[in-house]
Design a protein around this ligand. Structure first.
Ligand code: ZN
Length: 150
């Protein structure tokens, strides 16, 4: 294991052990649920959107460390951003997870930098079956945001 892999592991485990924004929202919000049967992951998401801005979010879920850590990292990064920004981040995350290692179009200067802790999930690309785990919260988020544009 290289130093970078070790760092990534620590970031993922920190989010898994201390997940951000656990629970539900009580005010007006949209709700979406997703699951990844191949791993047994489940993800439940509440998102509050006001005037095109994600004002709050809450998650509940169970499953592997990759899926829950990805969800926790997502919570950290989406609140306070516009829906447009969040959709752009979702796109960048999917790009990061779908490309070959060492070839990162997100930010040529500093790969993955706009994604913050999510950069740590790049290591998951080596395990294609786990990419679905990392992607689950983001697919659920897209379902939730799609309800807000109606
Ligand atoms: Zn999983």
């Amino acid at each position: 294991m290289t130093g970078l892999d070790e760092l990534y592991r620590e970031v993922i485990l920190d989010h898994y052990r201390n997940p951000r924004k656990q629970g539900t929202l009580s005010g007006e919000h949209v709700h979406a649920e997703g699951s990844n049967p191949s791993c047994g992951d489940e993800f439940f998401l509440d998102v509050a959107v006001t005037d095109g801005v994600v004002t709050d979010a809450a998650m509940r879920g169970q499953g592997c460390s990759i899926s829950q850590a990805s969800g926790s990292m997502m919570m950290d990064i989406i609140v306070g951003r516009t829906v447009e920004d969040v959709r752009d981040l979702t796109h960048k995350f999917k790009l990061m997870m779908s490309i070959e290692e060492g070839d990162n179009p997100v930010d040529p200067e500093r790969p993955g930098s706009v994604l913050g802790d999510l950069e740590a999930l790049q290591g998951v690309r080596k395990f294609p079956v786990r990419i679905k785990c990392a992607d689950l919260p983001w697919a659920t988020l897209t379902d939730a945001l799609d309800q807000t544009t109606a």
